[in-house]
Structures are given as C-alpha cells and as structure tokens.
Design a protein around this ligand. Structure first.
Ligand code: EPU
Length: 451
C-alpha cells in the first residue's frame, strides 16, 4: 500500500490540454465482440488501462491472438483458433473487472459452453447480475452457479426471444446484444439501455454483419445471423474521462482543453456545467485537406472567476446525467454558493466518498430520502442515495484512501483543489479507467509526486 500513494500539493489551478481516447465502457465490449467474428478485427484508440489488459488476457486464454497494430492504440484480434480455457487459468482474472460476464453469449456461440469467474469492478453497491442470467436463460442457456464461478452451456443452441429488462441496465443490454446477434431467430429487447457506448457497440456489431434495429421507447430488435466477420472500428471518445477533467478544471479554478471530447455525448453534463457557472467552448474537428493539416476537435472547460452557483441534479440512464459524472462534479459543487442537491438513482451506494470530502472541510449531508422527482428504486429501501452540498467550503489537505474508480478521481480532484499537501492512497485503482493520469496531471501543471 505504501508504494501506491500519490503526494498532491494542492491549490494550483490545472491549466493545459490533454486528450481522451476510446471510451473504456465501449472499448472493453468491442474487444469481447471480436470473439464472434470469423476473421480478424481492428480497434483503434484503445486506451492503456487495466480493464483493457484484463479483457486482453481473457481473450488470449480463449485462443484469440491479440497484437498491437501499426497505429498507437490500435489492437488487432484474430479469433481463428478460439478454444476453451481451464477454470484455473480464467480464475486468475477473478475479481478484476465486470467485463467477463459479457463473454457468456460469445463463448456459448463459439464453444457451446462458458465459464465465468467471480466478478470484480467498483464497490458501489451489490451490483447483481440477475438480469444477465435471466436473459441468458431466455435464450436457452443453462446456468450452473458454483463456488468457483458460473458454468454455462447451451445444449440446444441459443434462440431469439422477447424480453423486457426490469431496469435499463447497460451491461444486461450488452449481454442481450452480444448473444442475440448470432442466436437463431428474432430477439426483441424492451426497456433497453441506449447509452452512446451501447449505440457504438451496435455500430461494431453491424459492421460485423449483424442486423439490429433501434426503435423508439428503448426497444431494440435483433435479427440473428449464422455468421459474423471481423470489424474495423474507431470508438467514441471517453465522455466520463472528459467530464472528470472538466470537473477538475472547475474545482481548481483552472482551464483545461480536452481534445477528443464530443459535445453530442456530453450535452447533459454541459448543461449542468454551465448552470454551475463553468464556461466551455466546443471546437469541431476538421479533416486534413491539401495545405491544411486539419484540426482535432475537443472542448475547453474553465472557471471564469467569481463564485460558482449551486444546482440540483439527478443521475439517470441516458440521456440523463450519468452516474459516473456525479463524483468528480460534486467536488466542484463544494465550491458553489448555496445548497446543491444530488439524487443518485442508478446505484444505491455511490455517495460514500463524500465522507472523505467532509474530512477535508466540505459540508455534505447524505439522506435516505429521494431528493428529486426521478422515479428511483432506493428511497423505500433505506439507502443513503441523496446528498445536499452546502458551499462554498474551503478544502484543506488530508490523507485519503481511494474506494473506487470514479470516487477515486474525485478524491484526487479534491486534493488538487485543497490548500496543503495530501497523500492519496490506492491511486493505482485510477489506472483502471484513466489512461496515463499522472502524465496528464503533469501536463496540466499539477504538483504531484510519488514519494
Ligand atoms: N442491475 C441489476 N441487475 C443486473 C444488472 C444491473 O440490478 O443484472 C442494476 C445495478 O445494480 C445498478 C443498475 O442496474 O443499480 C445499473 O447497472 P448497469 O447494469 O447499467 O451497470 P453496469 O453495466 O454494471 C456500466 C458501466 C458503469 C456505469 C453503468 C451505468 C461498464 C464496464 N460499466 O456498468 O461504469 O456506471 O454502466 O452507466 O460499462 C465506471 O466506468 O466506473 C462504471 C462503474
């Protein structure tokens, strides 16, 4: 633990320019999709993050040859020799990521059976997989839960089905997509998640030969096909990372340009950012032409000076305010005058990190009540899922232990915004989802060091 600490000398505004690459929450799924093809796939702009390493390792174990392509960030997947892996080999990856659950459909199609280790991911509530398993059973899979993990088989093949999710879960929608594309017949999924990362996964699958219709009202229809081929794809940029740096600019009274950030995927965030008093400017990309090198687009975010304003926000499924945007932004809200309100409706336990902010001088109260009108599954179940942030508060340095990925980044922002020297323990967790974050901090003029 002692190696895994970052010393942060706070109080300096972040100033400069960084770049975000392909979205973590698309890239890892597109990698799994490569298993379904009968020819190689190429994925560009893949960030060097831990979740990518885990999926790469699992693909390798199942016989997919993964190599680096010519371009920086390009990966090539050759699924010509897909094979079974032993449970012991797979279990090496137990507890490291949530992505293995998405191997179910592709492995059932390719091998007729699948073993899925115990899952990991961030500790932000119970994170059940009941929707996934229910969906797989609907397709005809049998699921055997054992102490070492899940054993699945499909003795009679996988068949299209009509199915409604109890909640528009991102992962369960992806599970259905990755299974339905090669299941026999038509699948109709109702109450599906329609996050931009899901639409991008649909683009990947369509490039592979799938037939998928996205109807209005969260209905997705998939016509199964017997065979898919490889894809070439440049993923959508990481809108969670982009918003995290935007929040860091605001909290530290700085100015950060995020190359690659895309307005269309961040509209809800941009509205809140402006309501709080932050400013931004969108630069569109321009392709290179004769005599013009072109320009990479992005968004510049800055604190215009003066006081920030309090806001009320509720996290929700797309097109609502993302749950992953909440933690970084709350640090900036500690600097806003008045009472800000956050109603978390996606995860039941995603406000625990506020205790650390309070230890730094913030004034945040968490409540079991629903402080907002968005229908939510947690109010009656007694979860502390609403927060009231009173500001502005002067933040001071503290020793912090990172609990999960997004909360971890919020701890880091708080340490950067606070006066004095903080020690942030467990920072390696941030590498799960933020590529080269220490180099980016250095580019933005942050005073951080490994002791
Ligand atoms: N849920 C169930 N049963 C299930 C599946 C989900 O009850 O079988 C519940 C969850 O407990 C949660 C809600 O449904 O309350 C939403 O979960 P969802 O399935 O949408 O989340 P996920 O697929 O596990 C992805 C991202 C998360 C992001 C959420 C919401 C990945 C790898 N993870 O998780 O990202 O917060 O969607 O947008 O794509 C992160 O990047 O740090 C992260 C946690």
């Amino acid at each position: 633990m002692t190696d895994d600490v970052l010393v942060v000398h706070g109080g300096t505004p972040l100033e400069g320019r960084i770049r975000v690459r392909g979205a973590k929450n698309l890239v890892s799924k597109a990698m799994v999709a490569a298993l379904l093809g009968d020819s190689p796939s190429r994925l560009f702009d893949v960030p060097k993050i831990r979740d990518v390493e885990v999926v790469r390792g699992l693909l390798g174990l199942h016989g997919v040859k993964v190599t680096d392509g010519d371009e920086d960030g390009e990966l090539v997947f050759d699924p010509a020799n897909v094979e079974s892996a032993s449970t012991d080999q797979i279990n090496v990856h137990a507890g490291s990521s949530r992505i293995p659950i998405l191997f179910c459909g592709p492995l059932l199609h390719r091998l007729g059976h699948a073993f899925i280790p115990d899952l990991g991911g961030c500790h932000i509530g119970p994170r059940p997989i009941d929707f996934h398993l229910q969906a797989l059973r609907e397709f005809g899979a049998t699921v055997d839960k054992t102490p070492e993990g899940l054993h699945l088989s499909a003795p009679n093949g996988l068949h299209g089905t009509k199915f409604a999710l109890p909640y528009p879960s991102v992962g369960a929608t992806e599970q259905v997509l990755l299974t339905a594309v090669m299941a026999e017949g038509v699948t109709e999924l109702r109450n599906a998640a329609v996050e931009p990362e899901i639409i991008d996964l649909i683009c990947v699958l369509q490039k592979m030969g799938a037939i998928i219709k996205v109807h209005t009202d969260r209905v997705i229809e998939i016509q199964g096909v017997p065979k898919l081929h490889g894809y070439t794809h440049r993923p959508i940029p990481d809108r969670i990372e982009a918003a995290s740096w935007a929040a860091a600019a605001l909290a530290t009274r700085g100015h950060v340009e995020v190359l690659g950030a895309q307005q269309a995927d961040m509209m809800t965030f941009l509205n809140i950012f402006r309501s709080v008093g932050g400013e931004y400017e969108v630069t569109d990309s321009r392709p290179p032409r004769l005599g013009d090198p072109g320009q990479e687009g992005g968004i510049r975010f800055w604190h215009p000076g003066g006081e920030l304003k309090s806001v009320a926000l509720e996290t929700d499924v797309h097109p609502g305010f993302m749950t992953d945007w909440q933690q970084p932004l709350v640090v900036a809200l500690t600097q806003a005058r008045g009472l800000s309100i956050v109603h978390e409706t996606v995860y039941e336990q995603r406000l625990g990190y506020t205790e650390a902010l309070n230890s730094m001088g913030a004034n945040i109260q968490v409540y079991r009540d629903c402080l907002g009108g968005t229908p939510c599954r947690f109010g009656r179940r007694n979860f502390k899922h609403s927060a009231v942030i009173a500001g502005p508060s002067k933040l001071h340095a503290a020793d912090l232990v990172i609990p999960d990925l997004r909360a971890g980044f919020s701890h880091l922002i708080a340490a950067l915004a606070a006066e004095g020297t903080s020690r942030v323990y467990g920072v390696d967790l941030i590498n799960r989802g933020y590529e080269d974050f220490e180099a980016k901090l250095a580019d933005l003029g942050a005073h951080v060091e490994r002791p």
